[in-house]
Design a protein around this ligand. Structure first.
Ligand code: ATP
Ligand code: MG
Length: 746
């Protein structure tokens, strides 16, 4: 078990010590409406991990109360993810839908107690009567209905006598509660659709707030651990259980921070868009942050578990650098996997003074702590090296092969270049080389100095392989949508050459290709005829900026608070409450309230522009990031300028995306945002007259895709929108572009 206890484990230990609980029972309760992602991994590790640490158990429960989006393929993916991470649920998988009868009976009980009523107001009326954070709501006139009438209506709702939305069942709590969630929340709604498990048995479906606490109760859960966005729902959770008198052996809810990772999207809804839109190849596309994607790419369960451990469990949401996850997989594979040679972009080298062939005994594990195991590495007159390991006119500091500089062939001999052969266009197509017989690795008596060793393969014995090189799926740290997709996130190399033992020995599925990175034999597409390898990760973080701390774990750990949360001071609490009233969500309010610099900055901007939510977003993200690296007095921009920037977003002069670009410029130059927008011509383009010609051009350029689209491949809509936005350099108003493209392609 980890040495420093997190706040959840602290609570669990106290509950065991005080005798409140004898056994710890947790649950992981996903909705089967998509494939689980790395955020779910965090929740799995917390829920199953705590149960394991305290000899309790953890249920795997499908929270399947929304019949329109759920499906068994997602149930399977969830089971798979939990198992792959090495956890075990006790007994069968649980389903909230298995409890529909019991839940219905609890609802009837509430009605009989006068604590729930059927409301027949329209959705709009209900919304209006809910009030605001500063204004109490008004109870619906239908709340007057008698118990008999409510029972009758509720039964008929169940039987399917009404249309969707005609009635709902609401709890009768408090229409003037400060916590808006308590203003007579929804318990049941009508949905006349088939459920993937219960078929057409039901026409009403329970809401999360009603079903979750009761299912927890029925399963004997002791600690119901969920993410921060449910903080305000805790009051309903408690109300339902207490009102029904379920006070003994009842569960309690605790919240922890959601995991966010940069350069990706995480919510299942957004992932579904990518999958459905054909932006990626299915839910297990190795570029996705889904567990299936990581698994297919070659991540090990250990690396994911280590990652979840390294980010800790905190009460404040924060963004974790994807470099930290990459660090974890590199760290795991570094000592484990065999090292072999593969040439991705081959250049032929003919060693003129070598004849015949030989096998070099080369260790698979030439690690710091070497392990047993080696292979025969064929060497012959004709070999291939990596194209960019030779340069005719090298810059200073180039250590590999040049006309004047010898190089060592890894595990083999030193060679030098005798002649460069080019084709008619001047491209280098072959090197004539010479080798030094007494320079063999391990028994080198040649005294020739070289500055590096490069990978190579023998031409005759090498095997052709396909290598899929993945890069980040999004170009932006906080991507908004498909327009931020990295067009080069997948590069397929068809003619890479690998040393034969990798294919014939099958010693492992994961390898380090020396000097290139870690690779994984694709579990689906790999065949002996066409071996396919996925690049898991490079050998080092190619994105790390020089100014950044190089060790990603230490960097991210600083942001994370591991252990118990520090309580807010009176002042912070007051700010926090005020921010909630302004409509900020609790995470943003929390971030701002707890940081004096940020809240001051925010207050000042707010005094200049009444746009609490947009201001808060930019201050709690962009400004906060800058303030991590410098003092407030060192910032080149002011609160006033941030207010000006947000004003331009508010009046749609610029998009959110452009705002980020402008902000980056403000950070550097301290220039006024309005001036930056003017100088760089960044004003958002919403005028159809300007956008339509671009659309026409893109359509004209892509007749094949238009034909495919018209033949029913609607996934391609995203492609066209992306191209148009790209052509406007991101200035096109995404909403307008979307509508216009859809219209044009009709
Ligand atoms: P999404 O918004 O991605 O669809 P969700 O919260 O709707 O996620 P559920 O399937 O309802 O997903 O979640 C199952 C469990 O996983 C919940 O307890 C939820 O709080 C947790 N969870 C989901 N996303 C994250 C995350 N990013 N970090 C930590 N826990 C998460
Ligand atoms: Mg969800």
């Amino acid at each position: 078990m980890r040495e420093s206890k997190d706040f959840l484990r602290t609570i669990v230990e106290e509950d065991l010590k005080s005798g409140k609980n004898r056994e710890i029972i947790t649950r992981f309760p996903p909705e089967p409406n998509g494939f689980p992602h790395i955020g779910h991994a965090k929740s799995i590790v917390i829920n199953f991990g705590i149960a394991r640490d305290y000899n309790g158990h953890c249920n795997l429960r499908m929270d399947d109360t929304n019949p329109t989006k759920e499906d068994t393929q997602f149930v399977e993916a969830l089971q798979d993810a939990v198992e792959w991470l090495g956890f075990d649920w006790e007994g069968n998988v649980r389903y909230t839908s298995d409890k529909f009868d019991e839940l219905y009976n609890y609802a009837i009980e509430l009605i009989k107690m006068g604590k729930a009523y059927v409301d027949s107001a329209s959705e709009e009326e209900i919304r209006e009567n809910r009030g605001t954070v500063t204004e109490a709501g008004k109870r619906s006139k239908y709340a007057q209905r008698s118990i008999e009438e409510n029972l009758d209506l509720f039964e008929r709702m169940k039987k399917g006598e009404f249309k969707d939305g005609e009635h709902i069942l609401r709890a009768k709590i408090d229409m003037s509660a400060n916590n808006m969630q308590l203003r007579d929340p929804l318990l049941y709604r009508i949905r006349n659709v088939e459920h993937y498990r219960t078929g057409d048995a039901w026409h009403i479906y329970p809401m999360y707030d009603f079903a979750h606490c009761l299912t927890d109760y029925m399963e004997g859960i002791t600690h119901s651990l969920c993410t921060l966005e449910f903080e305000n729902n805790r009051a309903i959770y408690n109300w339902v259980l207490e009102t029904l008198g379920l006070n003994l052996a009842r569960p309690y809810q605790y919240e922890f921070a959601r995991l966010g990772i940069n350069y990706t999207v995480m919510s299942k809804r957004k992932l579904l868009e990518l999958v459905k839109g054909g932006e990626v190849n299915g839910w297990d596309d190795p570029r996705l942050p889904t567990i299936a994607g990581y698994k297919r790419r070659g991540y090990t369960p250990e690396s994911i578990l280590n990652f979840c451990d390294s980010i800790g469990i905190a009460k404040a949401n924060s963004m974790v650098d994807v470099a930290q996850l990459e660090f974890c997989i590199r760290d795991d594979l570094n000592t484990k996997v065999p090292r072999v040679m593969c040439v991705l972009d081959p250049l032929k080298v003919t060693i003129e003074n070598y004849d015949g062939c030989e096998d070099i005994d080369a260790s698979y594990y030439p690690h710091d702590v070497p392990k047993e195991g080696s292979r025969a590495l064929p060497f012959s007159k004709e070999i291939y090296i990596e194209k960019d390991d030779f340069m005719e006119n090298p810059p200073k500091g180039y250590f590999r092969l040049t006309p004047d500089q010898a190089v060592r062939l890894r595990h083999g001999y030193i060679i030098s270049c005798k002649e460069v052969i080019k084709d008619a266009n001047g491209n280098i197509i072959e090197i004539k080389a010479e080798y030094y017989p007494d320079s063999k690795s391990g028994s080198d008596t040649s005294n020739i100095k070289v500055k590096s060793a490069i990978q190579w393969v023998s031409a005759k014995e090498a095997k052709k392989v396909e290598v899929r090189v993945y890069d980040r799926l999004f170009l932006n740290e906080a991507p908004e949508g498909i327009e931020d997709i990295n067009p080069n996130s997948l590069q397929i190399i068809k003619n890479a050459l690998i040393e034969p033992a990798v294919i014939t020995d099958k010693i492992d599925e994961r390898f380090q290709f020396e000097r290139e990175g870690y690779f994984y034999a694709d579990p689906i597409d790999y065949t002996d005829e066409n071996p396919v390898f996925n690049k898991i990760v490079g050998l080092k973080d190619s994105y790390a900026k020089k100014t950044k701390v190089t060790e990603p774990t230490t960097q991210a750990k600083k942001v994370q608070i591991d252990g118990e949360v520090v309580a807010m001071s009176e002042e912070q609490k007051a700010l926090f409450d005020k921010y909630l009233e302004l409509g900020l969500n609790s995470e943003v309010a929390n971030t701002l309230a707890r940081d004096e610099n940020l809240s001051k900055f925010y207050e000042e901007a707010l005094s200049l522009l009444n746009s609490p939510i947009n201001l808060a977003n930019i201050v709690s993200n962009e400004v906060a990031r800058e303030l991590k690296q410098m003092q407030i007095s060192e910032l080149k921009f002011s609160a006033k300028q941030i207010a000006q920037l947000v004003k331009m977003i508010d009046d749609t002069t610029i998009s959110n995306k452009i705002a980020k670009q402008v902000f980056e410029e403000m950070v550097k130059s301290g220039e006024n945002p309005t001036k930056i927008v003017e100088d760089k011509g960044l004003v958002q383009i919403s005028d159809p007259a300007k956008i339509l010609p671009i659309i026409d051009e893109i359509i004209a350029k892509n007749p094949d895709n238009v034909a495919k689209f018209k033949a029913g491949n609607t996934k391609l809509l995203g492609f066209f929108v992306g191209q148009v936005l790209k052509a406007t350099k991101g200035k096109g108003n995404p909403k307008v572009v979307n509508e216009l493209v859809a219209e044009k392609l009709k």
